[in-house]
Design a protein around this ligand. Structure first.
Ligand code: ADE
Length: 366
């Protein structure tokens, strides 16, 4: 839909009328067809908040078990505000985007200090909390406090841009604001949460992104312009993100019979504060690894090549080679000066239970 000047205003009005038609059937469909998900039981702000943050950039199926474990260990805001960072990151290990977890704790501390431990109940107050943007504030305030506020995530962008054949770039803030403003006008006072969740759920299980959308099961297809014109796959329009930088790294497992060397990453930047195996830039040969080990004060007894692995972050891709360097007595031999960060000698069980390690290293955890 082309939108400019006065025409845009008229076009938005028509778009709102079209969206208005979807409200009743969508709410009814959601009430009858919603999936049975752990965060939809015993709804409260804390539970919705944790689930929505976990669901950002992570699939529902992957989130379920993390969510259940997290809620068991940290059942309320106070527990989250007080959890030690390493424990928090261990509960988050594998979910990625670890700042999401740190922000959760910071926001819980904010709620304890500024709101006496009671989660705020308006969109504006909720949005002031660390790590909460307009989507999450909209989700909590509409699902839990029945405010008529939109919650626009990737699912909702897809559903709405298809209904309206809206070809504005969804990466632009102005497109988000426009869609939020239109939805705000049609969110029903008696069911804001079910309407918003209906849009999200429809995007998740019917109005699918790749492959064929399941239009034959869609309760609002008669109002969908893209369905009528058979151009569902043209929406949403999303400008290509910048290409990822490729980084070659060599991962090193320095170990003896009992322990393995790990270190804590710096507090800022990629995978901040998590633990890792020592690693260096570039792809080292076996000979170079032996030299590196010797410079570190080690006498390798055996050096074993490990499989190659790849890990994709949002802006960078690691292409990894790995080696296991076995020595007699790790702690005695290792000259810590070679690494700027402190080396930790971890026992196998500690590696599993105590130190949060990002899944980028999963191939080398053995
Ligand atoms: N994706 C994002 N939020 C969701 C939710 N509340 N339920 C299901 N899928 C989602």
């Amino acid at each position: 839909m082309k939108c400019d000047g006065k025409k845009k205003y008229e076009a938005d009005d028509l778009a709102c009328e079209r969206l208005q038609e979807t409200v009743e059937p969508l709410v009814e469909w959601f009430r009858e067809n919603q999936r049975d998900l752990p965060w939809r039981k015993h709804v409260n702000a804390y539970r919705v908040w944790i689930s929505e943050i976990m669901l950002q950039q992570t699939r529902v199926e992957a989130v379920k078990s993390y969510y259940t474990r997290f809620l068991e260990e940290l059942p309320d805001i106070k527990a989250l505000a007080e959890v030690p960072e390493d424990r928090l990151l261990k509960l988050w290990e594998g979910l990625g985007y670890y700042n999401r977890a740190r922000n959760l704790k910071a926001a819980a501390q904010q709620v304890m200090e500024e709101y006496n431990g009671v989660f705020p109940d308006t969109f504006e107050e909720i949005k002031k909390l660390k790590g909460i943007g307009s989507y999450t504030a909209g989700a909590i305030s509409s699902f839990v406090y029945h405010q008529q506020k939109p919650a626009v995530d990737g699912n909702v962008f897809r559903v709405v841009t298809r209904i309206l054949e809206d070809s504005d770039d969804i990466m632009k803030a102005s497109t988000r604001t426009k869609i939020e403003r239109m939805l705000e006008q049609v969110i029903p006072a008696e069911a804001p949460g079910d309407f918003n969740q209906g849009l999200i759920e429809l995007g998740a299980i019917v109005c699918l992104p790749n492959g064929e959308p399941r239009c034959e099961s869609c309760p609002i297809r008669e109002f969908c312009l893209a369905y009528q014109d058979e151009c569902q796959m043209d929406y949403p329009v999303k400008k290509k993100a910048k290409e990822r930088r490729i980084e070659k790294r060599t991962i090193l497992r320095f170990c003896d019979n009992e322990e393995i060397a790990i270190r804590k990453r710096p507090g800022k930047g990629l995978l901040a504060g998590l633990y890792e195996f020592p690693n260096v830039e570039g792809h080292l040969t076996q000979k170079e690894v032996i030299e590196y080990a010797k410079e570190s004060g080690l006498t390798p007894v055996r050096v074993k090549k490990l499989p190659k692995a790849k890990h994709i972050f949002s802006h960078v891709e690691w292409q990894m080679k790995g080696y296991e360097v076995i020595v007699d007595e790790l702690e005695r031999e290792l000259d810590q000066k070679i690494w700027s960060e402190q080396v930790i000698f971890a026992e196998k069980e500690e590696l599993e239970k105590k130190y949060p390690m990002p899944s980028a290293f999963a191939a080398y955890q053995l």
